[in-house]
Design a protein around this ligand. Structure first.
Ligand code: BDP
Length: 510
């Protein structure tokens, strides 16, 4: 049997050879001067995040102190992050406070392609208590999603009381409802559903929670993609009496989808226009957040919706994408990024029962054994293989970007300079806690290598440390972060570094 590890070893050799031929096609040289003062956004220490389906709680052993493999991978990704629970399945959960509590009556919903089947499952005190132990073991915080689509204010409040007591300080805030901008598909009347209608329902649920949990904080509206809802809510906010305490405006982001869409490919994922669209949304979201004195968080997202696309979501290109995407949001003062994933079953249920990526592989003649070497869902940051958990390429990009957590970003024009020089590369800089300065350069170009002269303009001989985010090729099913073993020194305040095509480099100066 071709195990996943054997597969990776064979793939690595073949692709390493392929890359040698492609290398050295051209080299672009750019000089960048690092500003002295850190006047940009502060990147919270728990910027890095993951997002899971609430349905994951149906198995109380998953997020538990006993699941040591999962705890290990969370900690490998970040020493402090934010676990967000939500997703389409959160609308089909019900709170079951006691083993003999009856299942409530559920409203009528429509079954549509891409949304869950109308099958309900219970969230129990045992699952939430185990979640608390998991958060303690990982040192992560939590954004806890409570359903809106089929829930009632009384049940929402009941659940919130237990969650707030049990998670304590590890609970950052509640979110109520997942992607309500899509409720007109299956959960609400398309003729009357709107941001205004959502806000009314949301207020009823949030107020019911705030009565029972006076210290409750909230994130809203957790839209799939309609950023204008953030603007509408921010505009409406001053007229709301007795407004619940909203700390964060939230939205989701998937580059494209579903897997069958030919436009979901590596060149499109990595091209500058993709990040320009991300910037456009960030402009809308940030303007709304500043009206509410809140921050923005991208609470659920990834490369390709409906579970990801093999060969795009589960390869090294996704690592360069997630590093760039996360850092771009950090420069826009986002408080963090939660990449969506989990087990194949929970995500398949969230999109109607199966992953289109599997159909794509079957149609291409892949055997069940070959299909099983892919992570399921294809975009998951942490893959589940039997009882083993594996950090996937997309997680390495997030981890690389996350090395700036706790730091303050420097305002630069680096990405524009690089693109003006004719290379598909971006760069970011931060002052880290403790005072060191760090620069991340992401060369997303498939062919051109880059030589960057970094001018730190100070301490002529400070020590320099370099770290590389790399893989044999953009379509390799692997990613690595390698720290250079030798420490070098600045020369006249400058340091030159080669960033090979399809590679990221981080340079840190003490
Ligand atoms: C989002 C849903 C999530 C799905 C994901 C997907 O919130 O539950 O798993 O898309 O389509 O829209 O992959």
């Amino acid at each position: 049997m071709l195990t996943r590890r054997k597969f990776l070893a064979t793939a690595a050799c073949t692709l390493a050879a392929a890359r040698l031929h492609a290398q050295g096609e051209s080299k672009v040289r750019v000089a960048l001067s690092i500003p002295r003062d850190a006047t940009g956004s502060h990147m919270p220490i728990d910027f890095v995040g993951l997002s899971y389906e609430v349905q994951q709680l149906a198995d109380p052993t998953f997020f538990s102190a006993q699941n040591s493999g999962l705890i290990r991978e969370f900690r490998a990704l970040s020493s402090t992050g934010v676990l967000r629970l939500g997703g389409n399945t959160s609308e089909f959960a019900y709170w079951k406070p006691k083993p003999d509590s009856p299942e409530p009556e559920h409203p009528q919903v429509r079954e549509v392609v891409g949304e869950p089947k109308a099958r309900y499952y219970a969230v129990t005190p045992e699952a939430v208590s185990n979640l608390a132990a998991f958060l303690k073991a990982t040192s992560w915080n939590c954004i806890y999603g409570i359903g809106m689509g089929t829930n009632t204010p009384a049940r929402a409040a009941e659940e919130a009381v237990f969650v707030a007591e049990t998670l304590g300080d590890r609970l950052q805030y509640f979110q109520i409802g997942n992607e309500a901008d899509l409720f007109d598909h299956h959960l609400r009347d398309p003729k009357t559903w709107s941001a205004k209608a959502y806000l009314e329902e949301w207020l009823a649920l949030a107020r019911a929670i705030a009565v029972r949990v006076p210290a409750a904080k909230f994130g809203t509206p957790d839209v799939a993609s309609n950023a204008s809802w953030l603007t509408e809510i921010a505009d409406e906010w001053p007229s709301i009496q007795n407004a619940p305490h909203v700390t964060t405006l939230t939205h989701h982001y998937y580059f494209g989808g579903p897997a069958t869409n030919p436009d979901v490919n590596i060149p499109n994922l990595l091209k500058p226009a993709t990040m320009q669209r991300v910037q456009n949304t960030a402009n809308i979201a940030s303007a709304a957040a500043s009206k509410m004195s809140a921050r923005v968080r991208m609470t659920e997202g990834n490369t390709c919706y409906r579970g990801g696309k093999p060969g795009v979501s589960d390869v090294f290109a996704a690592a360069l994408w997630s590093a760039d995407y996360s850092l771009l949001l950090a420069t826009n003062n986002y408080s963090g990024v939660n990449l969506h994933g989990g087990t194949g079953k929970s995500v398949a249920n969230s999109v109607g029962g199966s992953l289109p990526g599997d159909g794509l592989l079957e149609a291409s003649g892949a055997t069940p054994e070959q299909i099983a070497t892919h992570p399921h869902p294809f975009y998951t940051p942490i893959g589940t293989f039997g009882s083993d958990y594996v950090l996937e390429p997309v997680a390495y990009g997030l981890k690389f970007a996350g090395s700036f957590s706790g730091g303050t970003l420097l305002k630069t024009d680096f990405s524009t300079k690089l693109q003006d020089a004719g290379i598909n590369a971006t760069a970011y800089a931060a002052k880290l806690p403790g005072g060191r300065t760090s620069v991340i350069i992401l060369n997303k170009d498939a062919a051109a290598d880059l030589e960057v002269e970094l001018d730190f303009g100070r301490d002529a001989s400070a020590a320099v440390q370099a770290e590389t985010l790399h893989a044999p090729a953009l379509d390799s099913r692997e990613a690595h972060i390698t720290t250079s073993t030798k420490t070098e020194a600045l020369k006249g305040g400058k340091y030159s570094v080669i960033v090979s095509h399809a590679t990221g480099v981080r340079v840190t100066v003490s």
